[in-house]
Design a protein around this ligand. Structure first.
Ligand SMILES: [Zn+2]
Length: 60
């Protein structure tokens, strides 16, 4: 059984599901649209503070 991204429909890699078992979004869509996991400290390879900085940088 595979989990597909709720936005783009691509299969979510098992490595991501190992870290975020309940995610419904692939890495790319989580970056573009925000993670669906609220309050989670880490995304794959990126902690939430770095992620917020990145969003702030791209908006300004
Ligand atoms: Zn996606």
């Amino acid at each position: 059984m595979v989990t597909r991204c709720e936005i783009c429909g691509r299969v979510i890699p098992k490595a991501r599901l190992d870290i975020l078992p309940t995610t419904k979004r692939c890495v790319e869509c989580a970056k573009k649209n925000g993670t669906d996991i609220q309050g989670k400290r880490t995304e794959v390879g990126m902690d939430i503070e770095t992620y917020k900085d990145l969003l702030g940088a791209t908006r300004s």
